[in-house]
Each structure stands twice: as C-alpha cells, then as structure tokens.
Design a protein around this ligand. Structure first.
Ligand SMILES: [Zn+2]
Length: 239
C-alpha cells in the first residue's frame, strides 16, 4: 500500500486479533509498504477503531459501561416512545428527506429482523431499505459468532486481479475465525468517474458528496458492508 495510506491507517486501525497498535514496515519481498501488528507480526487483520457510541450501536454497551448495560439499554428502548428524530432523516443515496410513512415502514422492517432501528441499524438508500454496518455487527455479536473482520487497501497485484480501474480507491474486507482466514471477502471500489460526477439535478453539486469528501473511507465501508452482508444472514424473528 502507499506510504500515505498506511500512515493514516496507523491512527485509525488496530490489530483485529489482539487490538494492539499497528506498525508500518517496508516489505522487501512485496516491494511495498505493509501494515503489521505492532506486537506480533504473524497476526492478521486490521480493524477500524470504533468510538464508544459505535460500540454501543453494535451491541457492545457492556464493554463501554460495564456488564448488564446492553440489556438495560435494550429494555429502555423497548419501553420508551421514540421520537422519529432518532432515525435517519434523509435517504443516504439521494439525500431526500424521508416521509413519515416510509420511516415507520423502515422501523417495522428493522424490528422484524431482530434489529434496533433506533441504534441506527437500518437506512434507506435510493428508496430501498438496507441494514447498516452497525446493524450487521449487532447481529454478528448477538449470535456470539467469534468472526473477525479486517479491512485494507488492495495490493497492486490484487488491483489487476480484480480489474480495478485506474485511479479508483479499492479496499478489501477479509474475515477470520481464530487464525483461519475464511473464504468470504468483500470488495469496495469508488471510481474516479463517481468522484468527478456532478448531480443531474444540480450540476453545481457532486453526485456523491460523501464519496467525494472521503473516497477511501467510502471504499472501505463498501468492502466491510459486502463482507458482512455475506457473513450475516437476515432472518425474520418472532416479535
Ligand atoms: Zn496483534
């Protein structure tokens, strides 16, 4: 990976196996920079360091405030009347305001999958409902599945293997069970065309403002979402 990307990831990622900070080294064999676990070079997988708020959204309130916190939070969520303002107000794809009826349908759909819509587990993207990254992690942790996810930019060889267009940002999300790498991966690509595209409605604006502001982060999120989508089945639950 390029030096700049690697340096940035030192601040935002950690070893997914032991949570240690990462080191950036020169890998002479690959003729490229590489990130490694700062404690044990044999460790694999770099995960994004999540904020306490995200930890809670993913079902990890116990880790943030102590044992029983998650159960308490979910009891409160089940009892309380929630203002619709706790839900995403805008469609993540076209940025249009979501109508009250569509929000209510989104909440119902989320609940039917055993998710907590008020923790940000569902969203609308171009009018279609999706489970968010936090929602998938919530299901993964709920099922006590000890799967680890790591994300990283594609190597030069992988970019040609996956036919990534010139200038595009591309991330790979990988999964492990213990030390065993699983065959399930996710690819996230943000193309130059997408970054430079102007809105059809308003040519003064970018078509994908989020991708334009944070293309690498966007590619990484897409990769992570893809691997989670494959790993976590969505099944309706009894309400
Ligand atoms: Zn480690």
């Amino acid at each position: 990976m390029d030096y700049e990307t690697g340096s940035k990831m030192l601040n935002t990622h950690q070893c997914s196996q032991c949570k240690a900070p990462l080191s950036l080294i020169w890998d002479a064999d690959a003729n490229d920079y590489a990130l490694v676990c700062g404690t044990d070079h044999s460790h694999q997988g770099y995960e994004r360091i999540v904020s306490p708020g995200q930890e809670v959204a993913r079902g990890g309130a116990d880790k943030v405030t102590g044992p029983g916190a998650q159960a308490d939070l979910e009891k409160q969520l089940a009892k309380a009347e929630h203002p619709l303002s706790m839900l995403p107000a805008k469609d993540l794809g076209d940025n249009k305001a979501i109508a009250k009826q569509a929000l209510e349908a989104l909440v119902k759909w989320g609940l039917s999958l055993g998710l907590k819509p008020y923790l940000g587990h569902v969203c609308l993207y171009h009018g279609k409902p999706y489970v968010t990254i936090d929602g998938y992690y919530y299901k993964l942790y709920k099922n006590m599945t000890p799967i680890r996810i790591g994300t990283r930019p594609l190597s030069i060889d992988e970019r040609s293997e996956y036919h990534v267009p010139e200038g595009a940002h591309a991330f790979l999300a990988e999964s492990w069970l213990g030390n065993t790498r699983l065959p399930t991966t996710g690819l996230g690509v943000v193309t130059q065309e997408e970054l430079d595209g102007k809105s059809e409605r308003d040519p003064e604006k970018w078509r994908s403002p989020v991708a334009h502001a944070h293309p690498q982060r966007m590619a990484e999120k897409r990769a992570e979402w893809q691997v989670l989508r494959k790993l976590v089945p969505l099944e309706e639950v009894e309400l």
